[in-house]
Design a protein around this ligand. Structure first.
Ligand code: AMP
Length: 188
């Protein structure tokens, strides 16, 4: 199986130096990957956006960003790729008719929504987020995009927490994404 990556080792090193580990946030035992130093560096931010937008996805019609940090990355990727942006939002934030999915978090549940008319049938969709942890959020987003008629051509993230093995989850049902469609700039 091929593990696709984005960018190169030089870019990975540049980005890695700008992602800060914050221990015990938001709760004890979690090491939070803080991307705000990266967002504050225009050359690194642009390089990360371009690496995602310029990769060969076989054609993209829409970029999906996941609230909230996903929006920060996905919107400039959409502009750089010259395609539209679609927000996947937390429950109760979207104004028009929406599909909803509930999924399990480490403690409790969360719900995400997308507008029912966000995609024309069969539109090719790239999902963008900052950090891939357990994969639950991306799995829920995959479900929403498919219900709304989109075809997923890839998932791009800045950083993948490889010890949580989201790849195994996302390449199995229900997401069943090809491993080659999961691409990351940095493995942690
Ligand atoms: P996941 O476990 O893959 O569903 O992650 C849920 C969401 O929380 C993702 O959109 C990530 O942006 C965020 N997230 C999870 N773990 C971390 C972490 N250690 N540092 C920063 N963000 C995280």
């Amino acid at each position: 199986m091929t593990i696709s990556t984005l960018g190169d080792q030089t870019l990975a090193a540049q980005l890695s130096a700008l992602i800060r580990d914050v221990p015990d946030y938001p709760k004890p035992g979690i090491v939070f990957k803080d991307i705000t130093p990266l967002l504050g560096d225009p050359s690194a931010f642009a390089a990360a956006v371009d690496a995602i937008a310029d990769a060969d996805w076989g054609g993209i019609d829409k970029i999906v960003g996941i609230e909230a940090r996903g929006f920060i990355l996905a919107a400039p990727v959409a502009l750089a790729a010259g395609v539209g942006f679609v927000p996947v939002r937390k429950k109760g934030k979207l104004p028009s008719a929406s599909f909803e999915v509930s999924y399990a978090l480490e403690y409790g549940e969360a719900s995400l929504e997308v507008h029912k008319d966000a995609f024309a049938p069969g539109e090719r969709v790239l999902i963008v987020d900052d950090v891939l942890a357990t994969g639950g959020t991306v799995e829920a987003t995959v479900d929403l995009v498919r219900r709304a008629g989109g075809k997923i051509v890839g998932v791009a993230v800045l950083m993948e927490l490889s010890f949580l093995d989201a790849r195994t989850r996302l390449t199995a049902a229900p997401a069943a994404l090809p491993e080659s469609d999961l691409r990351t700039l940095l493995m942690a």
